[in-house]
Design a protein around this ligand. Structure first.
Ligand SMILES: *[C@@H]1O[C@H](CO)[C@@H](O)[C@H](O)[C@H]1NC(C)=O
Ligand SMILES: *[C@@H]1O[C@H](CO)[C@@H](O)[C@H](O)[C@H]1NC(C)=O
Ligand SMILES: *[C@@H]1O[C@H](CO)[C@@H](O)[C@H](O)[C@H]1NC(C)=O
Ligand SMILES: *[C@@H]1O[C@H](CO)[C@@H](O)[C@H](O)[C@H]1NC(C)=O
Ligand SMILES: *[C@@H]1O[C@H](CO)[C@@H](O)[C@H](O)[C@H]1NC(C)=O
Ligand SMILES: *[C@@H]1O[C@H](CO)[C@@H](O)[C@H](O)[C@H]1NC(C)=O
Ligand SMILES: *[C@@H]1O[C@H](CO)[C@@H](O)[C@H](O)[C@H]1NC(C)=O
Ligand SMILES: *[C@@H]1O[C@H](CO)[C@@H](O)[C@H](O)[C@H]1NC(C)=O
Ligand SMILES: *[C@@H]1O[C@H](CO)[C@@H](O)[C@H](O)[C@H]1NC(C)=O
Ligand SMILES: *[C@@H]1O[C@H](CO)[C@@H](O)[C@H](O)[C@H]1NC(C)=O
Length: 670
């Protein structure tokens, strides 16, 4: 069967596809190149104009994020009128958390590799003057923050010391990783002027004795690139163009590689990040990592890539901003031993309870004098600037400004841009492979109600910056990467790529990937043009590859299938023993039906969008229908909930089932 057969598909975007047919399909590469050029021109055009968001000059004709013999993912216009009805970009700008002058600055001494706390005496003089005290009465002190160590270390605890006064240009002792500072008008700590919080990435002795630790060997062998993963939760490649236009433009101008065929492999953060960090799918991760038991995530078979980096002489760091939503802590037990050499969680726990929180107009939360995310990015810069004798790996993840509302990244666009510029001017981009990415797109809310909602959810952004020396040393990798921008890729491939990087630095060790449990292909080797979602281990429901056509929602087969799907959900609730808490679901309305165009004989894959009673919960399911037996196959945990499940699932703790649970009223009636 020839799959290279682009029939126009009869959904609402079909006019774009018909045009494609007339161009001809002899050379997909040409089409792709043309598309890319059109895309680039369009983006530059729309960004250069002051009227960023003016879509009246729509020069779009046709293009695809991904177009291969097996995949066809249309380019979605981020600037569509429908999307712009949902928010007001002009209102969302960066706001400071504090407008007074910081009294204390942390200064890093490059030579000494130490931090110094410098007080701004002129600002202090101003304050003493206004408050009618002598400047000698102003005192600043620090509280050290530490992670408790012991047999059972709770990920939700921290130790904070009493406040110790410090003098001007105080050299921060090497054992202090985090602190809160307090400045008072008097010496009995009754009238507080200002609180602040600081992290310090200190030089640490190698835990293994120096001789055993594999040195970077950069003077002899191959130079090892650092790896920095900068992740923002829930940002699709469509939404970054819409809500972080300056950051996006900067990456385009600075030759970052965008993987336009990057597709998520599961619903939410944990499985998508696990795929990237361990190559495991959810069921393997649950089996090997036991994240719900204390210490599970520290098991060696959990296969975190940072352990492999550590074994190969890298210094490692992991930081995440929102302690409640934190990937390994939300509904899970976190880490018994801190997972990486540098780990910011104790600081965030401490400042979240000891410092004032403030919600800004747009909805972002400040802690003390900074946005939550800024603690993460400042830590990333400190880490990258102070680890100089070994290579490093760091994961810096934020969800505070993107997880709840799709438009909030606009408020951080200029700030993230500033951080990327710092990384460039500090030489970090010259020594590091930097991956700026997300786990998935928005998973609920108004964006998902648009025609393009299906793609918003499934296509996380993925941008990669490669140091010049690396490109020079490995031209064949760059050649492959350029091709792979337009090939189907997944988080497993990023895992394999990092494995490939480890292997390069240590050629005598073969890094295992793409065996039966380890998945993924390195993006530094050519990925097959005809790769399917099946090959890439992307489940059908999350696959944005294959064309579907819309059929009537009164189609009788479709209607019988939606009842079977709802039965499956009800059976799932029953199987989880939660049907006493959660209502049985009934069909309210079948809203949209699509069927896959290319199917094996006697089966058809359907995509159904429907509302269920009670409470009109909105779902989208993928089901394979077997004609002969009149049965379906669907994976309940892969069914999307398109509206927020939070208001209806308060009675339930079981996190994987909350999407499907409409809590019964107290008296048990529906
Ligand atoms: C110190 O405070 C003064 C105001 O008294 C301010 O003008 C100056 O910018 C501050 N210096 C720094 C480095 O923040
Ligand atoms: C203190 O205040 C007085 C009057 O308010 C002003 O003239 C003087 O310049 C101030 N001094 C400082 C150091 O700010
Ligand atoms: C703290 O010190 C200030 C002056 O330095 C004094 O006025 C105040 O009474 C003191 N408060 C306590 C509780 O000691
Ligand atoms: C590092 O090792 C040196 C010498 O072995 C020791 O003096 C120092 O205290 C150690 N530093 C830390 C932070 O453990
Ligand atoms: C460093 O690399 C060279 C060449 O690849 C090798 O011969 C040497 O043994 C390595 N040294 C160490 C300490 O690993
Ligand atoms: C696959 O790779 C993992 C990790 O390196 C290894 O533990 C496992 O034995 C490998 N499996 C096979 C079948 O080679
Ligand atoms: C997860 O991966 C394992 C090992 O590769 C495989 O056996 C299993 O079927 C996968 N699970 C799912 C749900 O895809
Ligand atoms: C992809 O192409 C390779 C080599 O051209 C071929 O062996 C393989 O069967 C193709 N796969 C599919 C799914 O068409
Ligand atoms: C099911 O849940 C009920 C009440 O929530 C509980 O009493 C019962 O033991 C549970 N049964 C199983 C098999 O977990
Ligand atoms: C499909 O179904 C028809 C009759 O319903 C049957 O003759 C045919 O063998 C089936 N094909 C396959 C591949 O199962």
């Amino acid at each position: 069967m020839s799959r290279l057969n682009y029939q126009p598909i009869s959904d609402k975007r079909s006019h774009k596809r018909k045009n494609l047919i007339s161009i001809g399909i002899a050379n997909p590469i040409q089409i792709i190149t043309t598309c890319a050029i059109i895309l680039l021109i369009r983006i530059l055009y729309s960004l250069d104009a002051r009227n960023f968001y003016d879509t009246s000059n729509d020069i779009s004709t046709i293009y695809y994020f991904l177009l291969t013999s097996e995949c066809r993912t249309p380019y979605v216009d981020p600037f569509s009128t429908a999307a712009f009805k949902l928010f007001n970009p002009g209102k969302l700008t960066y706001e400071n958390c504090a407008n007074d002058i910081p009294l204390i600055q942390s200064v890093y001494l490059n030579q000494a590799r130490k931090y110094v706390l410098h007080m701004n005496m002129s600002a202090m003089a101003g304050i003493s003057n206004v408050s009618n005290t002598n400047i000698e009465n102003i005192h600043c002190c620090y509280r050290e923050i530490r992670r408790p160590v012991g047999v059972v270390t709770n990920e939700d605890r921290y130790i904070i010391s009493p406040c110790v006064n410090f003098p001007q240009d105080f050299m921060v002792p090497q054992h202090i990783d985090f602190m809160i500072t307090e400045c008072y008008l008097n010496n009995n700590k009754t009238s507080l002027i200002q609180k602040d919080a600081f992290s310090f990435v200190q030089q640490k002795n190698n835990t293994n004795n120096n001789d055993n630790a594999p040195k970077s060997n950069s003077t002899f062998g191959r130079r090892k690139p650092n790896i920095l993963l900068l992740g923002i939760d829930s940002v699709s490649r469509i939404n970054i163009r819409r809500t972080m236009p300056q950051t996006f433009k900067y990456m385009q101008m600075n030759n970052w590689f965008e993987l336009q065929g990057y597709n998520k492999i599961a619903d939410n953060t944990f499985p998508n990040l696990m795929a990237l960090l361990s190559s495991y799918n959810l069921s393997t991760a649950e089996d090997k990592c036991r994240a719900e038991t204390v210490g599970g995530l520290n098991r060696p078979e959990c296969n975190f890539i940072w352990n492999k980096f550590k074994e190969n002489g890298y210094k490692t760091a992991y930081a995440e901003d929102s302690i409640g939503l934190s990937t390994f802590n939300y509904g899970r037990k976190g880490f018994l031993q801190q997972p990486t050499d540098y780990y910011i969680r104790p600081m965030l726990l401490a400042i979240s309870s000891k410092m004032a929180k403030k919600r800004l107009r747009g909805g972002v939360t400040c802690i003390g004098r900074k946005h939550q995310a800024e603690y993460i990015y400042d830590f990333a810069l400190q880490f990258a600037n102070s680890i100089t004798t070994e290579p490093f790996f760091g994961l810096f993840w934020t969800n505070s400004f993107s997880h709840e509302y799709f438009d909030l990244p606009l408020t951080m666009d200029v700030k993230i841009l500033e951080y990327l510029k710092h990384m460039k001017s500090n030489g970090i981009l010259d020594s590091s492979i930097v991956i700026f990415f997300s786990d998935h797109g928005m998973r609920w809310g108004p964006l998902l109600q648009l025609n393009s909602g299906f793609f918003e959810e499934r296509l996380p952004m993925m941008f990669i910056s490669i140091p010049a020396w690396f490109q020079y040393e490995y031209p064949e990798f760059v050649k492959s990467l350029k091709l792979n921008r337009y090939r189907l890729t997944s988080p497993y491939d990023i895992y394999a790529t990092m494995g490939h990087v480890i292997e390069l630095g240590n050629p005598q060790k073969q890094f295992l990937y793409a065996n039966d449990t380890i998945k993924g292909l390195s993006i530094f080797r050519e990925i097959p043009e005809n790769r399917t979602c099946y090959d890439a281990e992307i489940p059908e429901h999350w696959c944005a590859c294959s064309p579907y056509e819309t059929i009537s929602s009164s189609d009788s087969t479709a209607r019988s299938i939606v009842f079977m799907v709802i039965d499956e959900i009800n059976r799932y609730l029953f199987g989880k023993n939660i049907s006493d808490k959660c209502s049985q679901l009934f069909l309210d309305k079948l809203k949209e039906v699509q069927s896959k165009i290319y199917n094996p004989p006697n089966q058809t894959t359907y995509r159904l969008t429907f509302d269920a009673k009670p409470k009109r919960a909105s779902f989208q399911a993928t089901a394979i229908y077997y004609k002969i037996s009149n049965t379906i196959k669907t994976v309940v945990e892969d069914i999307s909930r398109l509206d927020s499940y939070v208001p209806t699932s308060g009675c339930l703790k079981l996190k994987e089932a909350r999407k499907y649970c409409i809590c019964k009223d107290k008296d048990g009636i529906k």
